[in-house]
Design a protein around this ligand. Structure first.
Ligand code: CP
Ligand code: NVA
Length: 325
């Protein structure tokens, strides 16, 4: 079957492919800001399957697909047959015969891998317990907008070694930057589980201030991710010293940006003074989910096109997934 590419984890793409996506996202964003129409996906349908809650991921994919001239259909597991035990493999066969691209937010990475293995069309990871590649695509694009290339730079990750952290670590290997991670004891990164080739691009610190010192970007996330709510009380105790506050941003330095994938718990993983302060770029980061995912949808469905081809792009058919048998 010619299914093209999937984007199931960050390392599914090369540095060259990311450079292309960042260039396309810049162009697509400028077109959007200027109210210029760009409808290359006018006969294409995105299906979005959510097994966990979402604001940004749903909105950015749905609005983005519509802005590209396509349509987006929202399914949640509560009112689809997935909740009643229809096998993921069967759902993949059916859904991918009626659509051109599928985005899934679910629990274990194995679920999305199984779906992709039985899909006729590209599958995008909209967050799993293990990874959140669309988030880091947007985060790195945001970093580049503010500071230029990320190669050789240092990112400080403060808090849980969760799906977002794992994806930063994969990105550091692909795009050649460093991640300084500080987690509470018992929550450390396990490189084998993250799927890293080595440990050259990250370092673990017991002290969160040491991890933040001199970083170009300080970033964090909720102490308890979706699906782990039963651990909430324990995590509140364990993570109390892993809060990004003004003192930590001073240790990083005036050059440091602050990012958070959102939603945030002000006063837990980050102080209000930091997330609402001058070093924070969280609203750009959230907006850039849409621009970068539009570039991703364009790439998965139409392949590599450059700016000069765009004007003639309406109805382009360079990827014909519907023809596969
Ligand atoms: N950052 C992010 O993925 O947000 P949502 O959970 O609102 O989609
Ligand atoms: N780590 C968080 C990210 C939410 C966007 C979670 O998985 O709940």
């Amino acid at each position: 079957m010619n299914v093209g590419k999937h984007f199931l984890q960050f390392k599914d793409f090369t540095r060259d492919e990311f450079d292309h996506l960042f260039a396309r996202a810049r162009w697509i964003k400028a077109e959007f800001k200027a109210y210029r129409k760009y409808w290359p996906l006018c006969d294409r349908t995105l299906v979005m399957i959510f097994e966990k809650a979402s604001t940004r991921t749903r909105l950015s994919f749905e609005a983005g697909m519509q802005q590209l001239g396509g349509s987006a259909i929202y399914l949640n597991s509560r009112d689809s047959q997935l909740q009643r035990g229809e096998p993921v493999e069967d759902a993949a066969q059916v859904i991918s015969r009626m659509s051109d691209v599928v985005m899934i937010r679910t629990f274990e990475q194995a679920i999305i891998e199984r779906f992709a293995a039985h899909s006729r069309v590209p599958v995008i990871n909209g967050l799993t317990n293990e990874y959140h590649p669309c988030q880091i695509l947007a985060d790195i694009f945001t970093f580049i907008e503010h500071r230029g290339p990320i190669q050789g730079k240092t990112v400080a990750w403060i808090g849980d070694s969760n799906n977002v952290c794992n994806t930063w670590l994969q990105a550091a290997e692909v795009l050649d930057f460093r991640v300084q991670v500080s987690t509470p004891p018992g929550y450390e990164v396990e490189p084998g589980r993250v799927g890293l080739h080595g440990t050259a691009h990250f370092e673990q610190f017991a002290d969160p201030m040491a991890a933040a010192r001199g970083a170009d970007l300080v970033t964090t996330d909720v102490w308890t991710s979706m699906g782990f709510e039963a651990e909430n009380d324990e995590r509140r105790r364990d993570f109390a010293a892993w809060r990004v506050d003004s003192e930590m941003m001073r240790a990083a330095g005036a050059q440091a940006l602050f990012m958070h994938c959102l939603p945030v718990h002000r006063g837990e993983e980050v102080s209000a003074a930091v997330i609402d302060g001058p070093q924070s770029v969280v609203w750009d980061e959230a907006e850039n989910r849409m621009h970068t995912q539009k570039a991703l949808l364009e790439y998965l469905l139409l392949g590599r096109i450059d700016d000069s081809e765009c004007r003639a792009g309406n109805g382009s058919t360079s990827a014909l997934f519907r023809e596969t048998s």
